[in-house]
Design a protein around this ligand. Sequence first.
Ligand SMILES: [Zn+2]
Length: 241
Amino acid sequence: MKQLPIVNSPTLTCTLPVSGKKIKYRPFVIKEQKALMLAQQSEDADAINETIADVILSCTGGTLVYEEAPTADISYFFLQLRIASVGPESRFSIQCKSCEHMVPVELDMSTINVDMSKSSNVVMITDSIGMELRYPTIKDAFDVDKYDPNERNTKMLISLITKIFDADSVYDVADYPDSVLEEWLMALNDEQVDHIQKFVDNIPELSHNLEFTCPQCSTKQSRLLEGLHTFFRIGNDSRQS
Ligand SMILES: [Zn+2]
């Protein structure tokens, strides 16, 4: 038996919004699309994460690792992968807040972006003392569950700080044990902590404000679509009409 000819996929490029990394990828194939749909039907978060991770790894030739990239980069990349593989249009239903009617909506996914305008990974705590942080990855989100709920926020924050600096020096946090960093954070006042909270509140994420009018009761409303799992669900719910 002669080997069947190998069908190559096109190679596409995508620039990740948070890290700025350029990723080469191919669209997903039918086998992978089926795996994604099965994961979606299972409604099991672990199965969904695992399948998305596998598909991203295969489609990027191992260059984009799900757990290691900032969450917004993964959400954005997965959306581009979906667009390249099955197209930008998505049709799904949203429940009306007023009469509970299921409203069919259409969304052009190519219009959705990660807004980086409010985000900054450098936080000034005083006029001269500041810190540099990294944006959380999916692995960080998993790690949060390991911590005691009372110290979760502090532990998470410590894991995100990469540098502390003042007018004269830069302090690499890798050189300091967590206990020293924790003590340093605990010595900050409310106002100083607010600056850090701003970083947390503005961690970039893939989001889109969808506006629609219910055909049943004419109520004009909007819904904020945000995060990988939301867009994953919408991408797979797409009904052909
Ligand atoms: Zn309605």
